[in-house]
Design a protein around this ligand. Structure first.
Ligand SMILES: C[S@@+](CC[C@H](N)C(=O)[O-])C[C@H]1O[C@@H](n2cnc3c(N)ncnc32)[C@H](O)[C@@H]1O
Length: 416
């Protein structure tokens, strides 16, 4: 039997990562964040390290093209003329094999389109047909990306833009800028701050950028608005160097598609504060801008549920020696997630439940939990994501988990 201390080793996997892709594990018991040891790449890494199949590259833009071809107000940036000077200037930007919006359109099937008028939010992406849970909407490489701490300044962004095609430059300058009123934030930077999508790129962590945390500009995905009850997940495929966007549940034709820009487990006030400070707008998603009767009561109940899920998430991490208690907390958290219509964290909690069952050698229930974790992670991150591959491995052999059999034998329970 292994001598591992369960309190210290209960591992957590965020699926999908609420704000970022990550190859990090938190160990709540000691409130620390560690890099995954290289010896355990399969056991604990939620990011893919090998090629991921992205068979369906669905994307369709029904209404947005006029936007793209409108007169550009971009500063004059000649991609060819400026190349020599920009090459001599050190830039932290990373250019990928990015495509323009029209390039993407050519490779897609119809899943969504840019709608010019979304109430309270400007333009946005909308489903162009009914979509199944876990369906791949599209994949997109970044136009360019920068480390986020510190965020890039205007001139770094202009240098990165100078290496893009004129069409891409024009498209960049038609993206939203929520910082227009702030005179100290120049247009290129305001647009970056309004549209970047954060991700963690294990391959780029070097020098100043050790965390590998970057913000990328994805021209088409810049039309996703934010929701604190997101129906889309995003997943950085590090091997293909593309962001993948998937539906989190069945979606009807015409429904808006949103992911979350910020933390979804904060209270409404916290969420509004975060987006207003970091993204320059007041969130008016359906979770923050509740309509109808008993608004105050509805908002208070939602705040309470989200705060409880966050608290339970931490507490479960400290239940390594009390699997029965840990499982009770997990079931409560899963009920609250369902009430809040949140998919984030579901696979993480199911994986925790799997670990508790495996610890007491209850492999029947362990299998049920890991099957559920696998099912959710396929939906959020795809079948070839690192988390899905790890869960698949434990589904085939739950005894392979390092915590298996670490506690006295017992019988817990499976998912409700
Ligand atoms: C990445 S862009 C999304 C596309 C944008 N709506 C447009 O018209 O191009 C981000 C901007 O959309 C708006 N937005 C996104 N989510 C929002 C939300 N939940 N509530 C209000 N405005 C939102 C804000 O103006 C924000 O700066």
């Amino acid at each position: 039997m292994s001598k591992l201390n369960p309190r210290a080793f209960l591992t957590r996997v965020y699926v999908p990562w609420p704000c970022h892709s990550s190859n990090e594990l938190r160990i709540p018991a000691c409130h620390s964040t560690i890099r995954i040891p290289s010896e355990l790449p399969h056991a604990h890494c939620p990011l893919p390290t090998t090629a991921t199949t992205t068979a369906n590259n669905h994307l369709y833009n029904r209404g947005g093209l006029s936007v793209m071809t409108s007169t550009s107000h971009s500063p004059e940036l000649s991609p060819v003329a400026s190349r020599t000077s920009s090459e001599s200037i050190r830039s932290d930007s990373t250019h990928e094999h990015s495509r323009s919006i029209s390039d993407i359109e050519e490779t897609i099937e119809e899943t969504c389109y840019i709608c010019d008028v979304i109430p309270h939010k400007g333009r946005g992406l909308v489903a162009s047909r009914s979509l199944k849970r876990g369906e791949l909407l599209f994949t997109e490489p970044p136009l360019f990306s920068f480390p986020l701490s510190p965020p890039p300044n205007n001139s770094s962004i202009m240098i990165a833009l100078s290496q893009c095609s004129r069409e891409q430059q024009q498209q960049y300058f038609t993206l939203a800028n929520s910082f227009k009123e702030k005179k100290e934030i120049l247009p290129a930077q305001g647009i970056f701050l309004s549209n970047y999508i954060p991700y963690r790129d294990a391959n780029s962590g070097s020098g100043e950028d050790e965390s590998g945390e970057r913000g990328g500009i994805f021209l088409f995905a810049s039309y996703f608005n934010s929701s604190c009850t997101p129906n889309v997940s995003r997943y950085w495929d590090a091997s293909k160097r593309v962001m993948m966007f998937r539906t989190l549940w069945d979606i009807e034709d015409g429904e808006e598609l949103c992911f979350n820009y910020g933390d979804i487990l904060g209270t409404r006030a916290d969420r509004i504060e975060e987006l207003s400070t970091e993204r320059g707008f007041v969130c008016l998603c359906e979770a923050c801008n509740v309509m109808g009767e008993s608004i105050e009561e509805t908002l208070a109940q939602s705040d309470e549920r989200r705060a409880t899920i966050a608290r339970l998430y931490d507490e479960v991490g400290s239940c390594g020696k009390e699997p029965t208690l840990g499982l009770r907390k997990i079931k409560k958290a899963l009920r609250l997630l369902k009430d809040e219509h949140l998919v984030h964290y579901e696979a993480s909690f199911c994986y925790d439940a799997f670990q508790f069952c495996a610890m007491v050698s209850d492999f029947v229930n362990a299998k049920q939990w890991i099957r559920k974790a696998y099912d959710v992670s396929v939906c959020t991150s795809g079948p070839e994501s690192e988390s899905a591959r790890m869960f698949r491995m434990y589904l085939a052999n739950p005894k392979a988990h390092p915590l298996a059999g670490i506690l006295s034998k017992g019988v817990l329970s499976g998912p409700d």
